[in-house]
Design a protein around this ligand. Structure first.
Ligand code: ZN
Length: 134
């Protein structure tokens, strides 16, 4: 599943959606909170500009809603169904999960969002190098 060339690879690693060669982020660790929104301007391997248009990543907020619900459902299933906790405890587990995983949810949402618009292109690095040379 985590093979280079699949969207899943770019989404889970935060690598450039076009060439998959390097992280889009200044710090690929989402828990380095001061840098959570800091992205490189463009990919140094294929030249892709990550911010396709101004405020491009505002759209990721719609995605984060869905990703957040997925985490909440997972927390509920694990605590209420598997661990047999009470409803109030399951609710606390949901809130705790959302808080603890917020950086991951933010990053995942951005990765998913940009992968809607950019396709993997294994030749993009070569093309970019050719342009840079000419
Ligand atoms: Zn790239």
């Amino acid at each position: 599943m985590l093979k280079k060339g699949t969207k899943m690879y770019s989404i889970l690693t935060g690598n450039c959606p076009r060439c998959h060669e390097e992280s889009m982020y200044e710090n690929s660790n989402p828990y380095a909170l001061s840098k959570i929104f800091k992205m490189n301007e463009r990919c140094s391997h294929c030249g892709l500009k990550y911010k396709i248009e101004p405020s491009f990543f505002y759209g990721a907020m719609y995605v984060s809603y869905g990703v957040g619900i997925a985490f909440a459902v997972a927390a509920f299933v694990i605590s209420f169904l598997f661990l047999g906790s009470s409803l109030p405890t399951a609710f606390i587990a949901i809130v705790g999960t959302l808080v603890v995983f917020m950086p991951v949810i933010i990053r995942l949402s951005r990765n998913i969002w940009i992968n809607f618009f950019v396709k993997y292109d294994p030749n993009s690095v070569k093309k970019y190098e050719a342009i840079a040379k000419s």
